[in-house]
Ligand binder design. Structure first.
Ligand code: DAH
Length: 345
């Protein structure tokens, strides 16, 4: 008598549960035997005619269960074998080998100085406003009280975009003042770090691109004394508690009154002598009370609000700090130069 169909199911199930797979080859053999196009389970379908009608459903379920069992075994072993493979690979790594040198980058001196300045102003509640470098004439000049025919436009040689009298590379971060004042309501307390461009001959002392940090404070009853206190605080944080500053009257179209601030650096060595032009004083920023015309241009009522602004150059401070005597070094990205800032704060 031929075997009962259920007995065959039983046999295959037993076979499956005793199966041993230790290699990729064995796994492949298993796949062909139980899951391939001519697998053993398929032969069971022929057996269905030997099963009584009442048990046909039960038989079908048993065959399906076998198939799932085979699939599970396959998946499990495949995973285990792969894990084993990668373990073998990592075992072949020689932990005693010296590591291959992993070159570490360094922070650019401009970034170091900018970050320091930002941190100092953040401590007293200034937030960062970052804006576009391609500006329009209005934000860069007109809003800042420098209309077309204003002689102060000559103070800053401008790069215009090709075929445009409107689009330009911002000549100062003061354009961010106009961006912020036209979109935010006072009180405003921001600093705007960023790159600016001027059409200037490149030399050891000047470049056609450089960095500034702009500051703007607008509220009710802001005074010149508030500005002086803020700048004093900044200088002491940046240059030490004994730092000396001086404010000299100056002129900017967007401030009235305007001033320039110098920090005393001394004349101790030749580098200091050169960079301070023999005075010991380094001019680091322009500042002043925001001109009422600027407030008006940006829809802020000068009867209700007043404020101060300042804009400082970063390159000169970085050069002084790190004794760099050619501004071009800051833009050439020579790794022999940059590497020296590896351990800088
Ligand atoms: N924008 C001026 C420049 O680039 C610097 C400056 C002066 C900015 C006075 C100010 C300011 O905000 O109040 O030379």
């Amino acid at each position: 008598m031929s075997k009962d169909a259920f007995e065959i199911v039983e046999e295959i199930s037993k076979k499956l549960s005793q199966i041993k797979i230790d290699s990729v080859e064995e796994l492949e053999k298993f796949r062909i035997q139980f899951l391939g196009s001519k697998n053993e389970l398929k032969s069971l379908f022929g057996e269905i005619r030997n099963v009584s009608n009442e048990r046909k459903k039960e038989f079908g379920q048993a065959v399906n269960a076998l198939k799932s069992q085979a699939e599970e075994i396959f998946a499990e072993h495949k995973f285990a074998l792969a894990a084993n493979e990668s373990k073998k690979e990592s075992a072949s790594i020689d932990m005693t080998m010296p590591p291959s040198p992993n070159p570490q980058g360094s922070i650019h001196p401009i970034t170091i100085v900018m970050d320091r300045i930002i941190r100092i102003f953040e401590k007293i509640g200034f937030t960062i406003a970052e804006e576009r470098e391609i500006e329009d004439d209005w934000h860069n000049f007109t809003a800042m009280n420098t209309p077309d025919d204003h002689p102060a436009r000559d103070m800053q040689d401008t790069f215009y975009l090709q075929n445009s009298t409107e689009q330009l590379l911002r000549t100062h971060t003061s354009s961010v003042q106009a961006r912020v004042m036209t979109t935010q309501k006072p009180p405003i307390r921001i600093i705007a770090p960023g790159r600016v461009y001027r059409n200037e001959t490149i030399s050891a002392r000047s470049h056609c691109q450089f960095h500034q940090v702009e500051g703007l404070f607008i509220d009710k009853k802001v005074s010149f004394a508030d500005m002086k206190q803020t700048l004093m605080y900044f200088t002491k944080e940046m240059y030490g508690p004994d730092a000396k500053i001086r404010l000299r009257p100056s002129y900017f179209p967007f401030t009235e009154p305007s001033a320039e601030m110098d920090v005393y650096w001394g004349l101790e060595d030749e580098h200091a002598y050169r960079i301070t032009k023999g005075t010991g004083w380094l001019e680091i920023l322009g500042c002043g009370m925001v001109d009422p015309n600027v407030l008006k241009n940006c829809n802020i009522d000068p009867e209700e609000y007043s404020g101060f602004a300042f804009g400082m150059g970063i390159e000169r401070q970085a050069m002084l700090h790190y004794r760099i005597n050619d501004i071009r070094m800051l833009f050439e990205n020579d790794v022999r130069f940059l590497r020296q800032f590896n351990s800088a704060m």
